[in-house]
Structure formats: C-alpha cells, structure tokens
Design a protein. Structure first.
Ligand code: FHN
Length: 592
C-alpha cells in the first residue's frame, strides 16, 4: 500500500515538474561543432597533464555509514539503500538529520592541493537521487530538505577556483532509486519505467543547473549509463556541450559519446593503454566510496604512490576518492595518506605531471617509466639492491640522478643493457625516481622491448590486479595477495584488466604458497567480459606447498579475446584455502 502511494506521489510530482516547465529546460540542439572541438581539445590537453585528481563521494548514506538498523551491511557504503532495499520514503527521512556543520570547502580544496591533486570531482547526485547542491528541479536536495539548508557546492567550487584546482561534478544520470522512472529501485516501484520522463523531469534540468551555477567545470562525470538510448545520451551530451563546450565528458555517459574513457573501479590496465584515447582510473582509499564507519582498510601510501606511477606510466590519470562524514569531516587517516602522497609529489612531481607514458613493455613490478622531452624517469617500485639493469634503451644516456636530492647515479654499459649502481637500500620508502637525461628528445627503444610488443611469456603480478572484496590484502614482503574469502554475495579475488593488450590462447602457470593444513579448495581462473555467459575457464585445486612459493602449470588453456575485460582468479566451492598467497599468474602463448 505504502509503495503504491509513493509511486503515485512520484508520478504526480514528475507531472508537476513537467507542468512547471522543467521539460522546457531540455537543451538538445547540437553545439557549434568547431567551438566544441577546439574547447574540448584544449581541455583534454590540460586533463592529460594533470594526472592526479580527488574524487569525493558525499551524501545521505554517510548517516547510516555502513550500518542499518543495528546490522553491518557489506559492500560499498553509498549502496546501502539498494542493498537493504530501504523504501525511498524512509531513506528520504535521513535528510532531516543531515547537518554537516563542520564542512569547510576551503579545507577540502586545500587538502586536494596538499595531496598534489590538480582536479576535484564531487557527487552532485548519486544513485540515491539526493542532490547535494541547491536544486530548483527537485526539492530532494541539501538546501530544501536538510537542517543545513545551505549549498556546500557553491563554497567548494569557489574554493577550488581560488586554489587553482579544476572542478567537476559526478552525476548519476540513469540510476536513481528515489524516482519511479529512474533506474534501480524495484522494491518501491514497478520494473517498467519511462526513462524519458525521468530525464526530462530531473536529469536535464539538474545537469543544466550544475553546469550553470558553479563556474567552469573541467568535467562532468556520469556513471552507470544503463539502458539510456543513443538519442537520449546524445541529448545529454549536447546539453553539456552547448552550455560549456570545454567541459569534458567521461565514458560512463554511454554509447561512446565521451571525450575520455574510464577503466572499471580500481581497475588498472596491465600495460600501456592508448587504444581508446585518454583514460582515468577511479579508485578507493579503502573499500568504499561513501563513508563507512567501520572501514579502516586503508591502502598504504607506498601502494598508492606506486599505483600513481603505474597508472601514469601506462598513460592514465588517477582519481582517488575520499568519503567525508555526515558532519563534513574528511577522515583523519585519508588526510594523512593524501598529504604523504603530496609530500612525495612535491619532490617527484616532475616525473608525473605533464609526462608521457612508458616507451617500454612492463615485464615485472620492479620499475615503471614516464617521459618528457630528452628525459626518461624510472620509478622504482621494488628496490633491486645495488644493481639495476635496464634493457632495451637505445638512446644515449648523458646523465643519471636521483630526482630527489639530485645525487648522481653511476651507470655503465653491460652488453646491450645499462647497469646502474644504487645504494643498498631505497632512498625513498615509497617510490624512488631516477631521472635519465637522453641525447634523443624521445627515447629510442630496441625491438622486443617496446610498449606495444607483447613478450612470449607475460607475468600478471598480484600487485597489478584489482583486489576485489573487503578481506583480500596485499603483502609487500612476499609480493603476494592473500585472504580469498567467500561470502554469499561476493567472493574475494584478483582481477586483471588486459584492455586489448592480450589476444590469443595461453598456457598458464600460477605462483603461490599454501600451508598444508588449509590446502584443498578449488580455484577458478576466468577470462571474459562482465557477466559473460561463456567465459574461458581453467579450474584447479590449491595444493600443499608447505608454505613455500611454488610455480605450478595448470591443466587447460585460457583464451583471451580483444573484447575480454577481465582475467579473474578466485576460490570456488569452499574458502578453506583463503590464506593461500598468490604472487602471480604467468601466461605463455600456446603453440597449439
Ligand atoms: O555504483 C557506483 C559506485 O557507487 C561509485 O560511485 C563508483 C565510482 O566509480 N561508480 C559506480 C560503480 O562503478
């Protein structure tokens, strides 16, 4: 009964909005193509140079903060309404408690600056449908529905402008659990919906608002495009570009109508990736986007700085998230981590901002490379001890030095390779950067070592994988992932993202360790697309290794197609062997 009433009310509201003229806000005429192209190219160049941005998920979900009616809710915090199937009217009551009196836009912009981030993207409306800015198009917004009654985005966008941080809004354009015609809420509303009514009644007017009231936006970050038609997506794009031609649009707008691409969440391509143009990795600092009070699974700065080097060396930008609390406070741990990254960038930023990707294929996890004219930067992720061998560089190196402190690094030819003499211990506990000055403007790299050349045998290290799940952890001392626990709705596991860099049929080895007492679980390796009904599969059993790392060949072959999105590894059946430690899988092109 309550559901029915709610649906009816929502229908009446949508009708009222339409009558009030909101549908007339729809700007669908195409913008001037030349102006759009020029503005977009300029913005893309800046976006490419910036490399590092702050993502902020902030909304009503920070009130339950991962707990509903006294019960811990697994999964990402901003999905609590969906996971618990909270009726929209009940969830909306959270607004009456939302009063972020400690919010200070200047402090958030300062934090981004201290972290060395060059842009910021914040949720203007997430899937829960609540607008975190003052919206005229829907009363369900922070000004009209909360005791706070102010628009924090005015403050934040102004603070970013004065700090020189480029500003952008996240906007969930299809998924909206508050609206009968939005996507996703099938516990209050019927499955059948009219997306066009939702777009015209809420999305178009709100997108117009966020593009009109907060100064120039560097980008708009759409998410989970779902089932919108190509025409609907094109209307959305045209609206954005006719209001701000230089506002970049991400690939989650759908139907390929974007200016730059996203990888999956926390998904880093395994190699240099340039086939789809510029891209960005959205990533979490712990296991959630929106604040969860019990999620203290913070990634350490070494890992994050290594990931920044890794992503930039592959051609991407890193968009790293914080989840402020209901009061508007950024958790202390996030602040400390971000400031540590910022300190590193103060010294090593030259090897990140404005650089080009690695000219080399990435064979292991010892180092990554970035380039500038006449410069090659080696980012050392795992210190090799006294000697570092660099194979495949044909350009003459005129000088080598530590980017921090500028101490010279001696080197000599060792056959076709260069050998650098290093201190025994890494000078920087996170990532040490060695700068090489080159005689050539662009490094020349020998055949067989170039970024687009796949070696016959390729290691997929655990460190390069996305770690799915709340329990799985990476251990730097053994360079392995552990904690392959299973739960009813999710299984901890590793996922690698080939992004068109692998194609073929492979023999597979796995390098892992397992104590005898916990051996015996089945594991499964799959290669396929998301929700692929027919992925390539290899099944195996976790054997006893007496705790030592061993490399075992698996029976069967793995087929990776150009469209394969993920190579995944997880336990199947039981998770007795969850404590096993996986270092890597190795793919060798199969002869047959
Ligand atoms: O469903 C959302 C999720 O809550 C979060 O906003 C991330 C950030 O990239 N995007 C979606 C899932 O991909």
């Amino acid at each position: 009964m309550r559901n029915w009433t709610y649906r009816k009310l929502a229908g009446v509201l949508a009708g009222a909005l339409a009558l009030a003229g909101c549908t007339q806000n729809t700007v669908t005429q195409a913008p001037d193509p030349r102006a759009e192209k020029a503005a977009t190219e300029k913005a893309m160049q800046r976006f490419d140079e910036m490399k590092f941005g702050l993502f902020i998920h902030w909304g009503l979900y920070t009130i339950p903060a991962g707990e509903w009616k006294g019960k811990y809710v697994r999964g990402i915090g901003e999905w609590i309404m969906f996971r618990e199937k909270i009726p929209a009217a009940e969830y909306a009551q959270l607004a009456t408690q939302f009063n972020p009196v400690k919010f200070n836009g200047g402090e958030w912009a300062q934090l981004a600056k201290d972290a060395g981030m060059r842009y910021m993207v914040i949720t203007s409306k997430h899937h829960d449908g609540f607008a975190m800015y003052g919206s005229k198009a829907s009363k369900y917004n922070i000004v009209d529905a909360t005791p706070y009654a102010k628009d924090p985005m005015k403050d934040l966008s102004a603070a970013c402008a004065s700090q020189g941080i480029d500003f952008g809004f996240y906007y969930s354009q299809d998924q909206d659990w508050h609206e009968a015609n939005g996507r996703g809420n099938n516990w209050d509303f019927p499955e059948k919906r009219d997306a066009q009514v939702y777009l015209q009644g809420k999305v178009f007017p709100q997108v117009k608002e966020i593009l009109s009231g907060y100064g120039p936006l560097r980008l708009i970050w759409f998410d989970t495009p779902g089932l919108l038609s190509e025409k609907q997506v094109m209307d959305l794009r045209n609206m954005v570009k006719s209001l701000q031609p230089g506002c970049l649009i991400n690939s989650r707008i759908g139907h390929g109508k974007h200016d730059y691409a996203q990888t999956g969440d926390n998904a880093i391509p395994i190699q240099v990736y340039s086939k789809d143009g510029k891209w960005e990795v959205p990533a979490t600092l712990n296991d959630t986007w929106g604040y969860k009070k019990n999620d203290n699974n913070w990634k350490n700065p070494r890992d994050l700085i290594g990931k920044l080097s890794d992503i930039v060396s592959k051609g991407g930008n890193y968009l790293l998230n914080i989840g402020p609390t209901r009061e508007g406070v950024v958790p202390e741990a996030s602040q400390q981590i971000l400031r540590t990254i910022g300190k590193w960038l103060e010294v090593n930023g030259e090897a990140i901002y404005g650089t080009g990707p690695s000219p080399f294929h990435m064979r292991d996890i010892t180092w990554r490379a970035t380039v500038k004219p006449n410069k090659l930067y080696l980012h050392i992720l795992n210190w090799p001890g006294r000697k570092l061998r660099l194979e495949g560089l044909e350009s003459q190196v005129t000088k080598a030095y530590m980017l921090a402190g500028k101490a010279e690094v001696p080197f000599q030819k060792a056959g076709a390779a260069l050998e650098f003499t290093l201190p025994e211990k890494a000078p920087d506990p996170n990532v040490t950067v060695i700068a090489l000055e080159l005689a050539d403007a662009q490094p020349k790299v020998a055949d067989g070592f170039r970024a687009d050349q796949m070696p016959a045998k390729l290691d997929l290290h655990a460190w390069v994988a996305r770690m799915r799940g709340e329990e799985i952890q990476y251990d730097w001392t053994t360079q392995s992932a552990t904690g392959f626990k299973s739960f009813e709705r999710e299984t901890n596991g590793l996922s690698w993202y080939p992004y068109k860099s692998l194609d073929g049929t492979y023999d597979v080895e796995i390098t892992y360790a397992c104590d005898n007492a916990v051996a015996g679980s089945k594991f499964r390796l799959t290669a396929g697309q998301r929700r692929d009904p027919n992925p390539s599969i290899i099944d195996g059993v976790v054997e006893k290794t007496g705790g030592k790392f061993v490399t075992r060949k698996l029976a069967g072959k793995l087929t990776v197609k150009p469209e394969t999105e993920t190579i995944g590894l997880q336990l199947e059946g039981d998770d007795k062997s969850a404590p096993m430690k996986v270092q890597k899988i190795t793919l060798t092109k199969s002869a047959s």
